[in-house]
Design a protein around this ligand. Structure first.
Ligand code: SF4
Length: 188
């Protein structure tokens, strides 16, 4: 029988835990029965890649009843071998946490109140503010008369949710506006 790395991790984890508890005199029959009823039993396994950074650690997503019921590291993924950092290990919460924001929330300057807004409103507002700041701060030439075409009053921080290609497009967009203060979350 061919045993994959994932099978090995499952078998060795159960074996080590079982051996330790057996040595302490526990009757493992009910535990073993319970283990077979684990929430991922019968769930569909889909392999994917963590969305948070370009390391690209492998994950297994368990789904059942049309819902995500578990996300864990994929031991068969050759680079990460089942390990995930704190962000990747918390990916299940990304999908299921009821406190996750799914709508645009806006707090006006000097206000203590959050307001729900539409995406159309948010995108229009962002574009309007970018244009206003860029028009105000755009510098065509430096003190030596050299052409620099830079926008000094906007800074940007990339997101760990962006993959390499999206990061490339994003920085192209920022540089086309003349931004020079460009950072990425992964460096902070
Ligand atoms: S955020 Fe963590 S788990 Fe996700 S790809 Fe990057 S290093 Fe891997």
């Amino acid at each position: 029988m061919k045993v994959t790395r994932r099978d090995f991790m499952k078998i060795s984890g159960v074996t080590v835990a079982g051996a330790t508890l057996s040595q302490l005199g526990f009757d493992l029959t009910p535990v073993q029965a319970y283990a077979t009823e684990l929430r991922i039993k019968g769930a569909k396994e889909t392999t994917t890649v963590c969305c948070y950074c370009s390391v690209g650690c492998g994950q297994i997503v368990h789904t059942g009843g049309g819902k995500v019921i578990n996300i864990e590291g994929d031991p068969d993924q050759p680079t990460s071998e089942g390990s995930l950092c704190a962000k990747g290990a918390g990916a299940y919460e990304l999908v299921t946490n009821p406190q996750r924001l799914t709508k645009v929330m806006y707090r006006a300057p000097k206000s203590a109140k959050w307001e729900e807004k539409s995406w159309d409103w948010a995108l229009g507002e962002i574009a309007r503010r970018i244009k206003k700041s860029r028009d105000k701060s755009f510098t065509e030439k430096n003190a030596k008369g050299q052409v620099v075409n830079r926008c000094n009053e906007i800074a940007a921080i990339g997101s760990a949710h962006l993959n390499n290609e999206e990061c490339w497009l994003y920085q192209k967009f920022l540089r086309s506006l003349g931004l020079v203060y460009i950072e990425h979350e992964a460096r902070l």
